[in-house]
Design a protein around this ligand. Sequence first.
Ligand code: F6R
Length: 263
Amino acid sequence: MEKTVSSITVRVFEDKLSGSQYIADALRSRIHTNDSDSKRTVLGLATGGSPKKVYDLLVESVETGELSFQNVTSFNLDEYYPIGPESRNSYHYYMNQRLFNHTDVDPGQVFIPEGDIEVSEVDHYCKAYERKIAGYGGIEIQLLGIGGNGHIGFNEPGSSIESETRLIHLDEKTRRDAADSFGGIHQTPEKAITMGVKTILNAKKIYCMAWGAHKARPVQQLIEGEITAEWPVTFLQTHANVELIIDRAAASLLTDSSNFIVN
Ligand code: F6R
């Protein structure tokens, strides 16, 4: 079922699989439409646990020949800093393993912030990342997860709605969440390069997804909270074309949840 709160369409699904299927279908169909119009599809992509199933489904479609990434250009939201692309914890590694290695995407059309550039180059690099996105006419569809602390990309609490791609200090909670995979908090990077809130809000369409009870609080804030930099996810309320795709557990704190019909 669906309901529109401010400008956000909320769709509550029975589980992560059916929600992920909805998003994968939407992506497939946009890529097909653009392919028939001989247009490239410019995607903004996320990492982490939330989009894994979506990527699995897209890979299945590529493997059965239903989908091609030949006309896809992609920009990832973020990357730890400093980190090399070969590190198993890097988002480069994640994207290659989960998606790109299993598709026919042109590697020259894949853009992920580089976590191994010199610190003196970072500002220049971030500005160039913004120009690159603009050069492709902007992001058509942005996939987003939500951090437990309400971050989008690595726009941590306190980030401005006007922020662009930049180096950011990671929140303590974000680092603790990542610490296991890095083998402890001390090995976990303190910084990351992230698209800004403004960069994300410039996307024409945003699919934001959240699965599980641990996402119920930021989801509630997104739908029922005031717009505040303390919960960067609430900035999505200012965007005209956001769909929030969640499972029942992530919807559990919504006051109005009786009004939602499960898709
Ligand atoms: C990842 C990203 C982050 C995650 C968020 C949720 O590229 O930008 O904002 O989307 O931390 O992470 P998961 O999906 O692992 O719960």
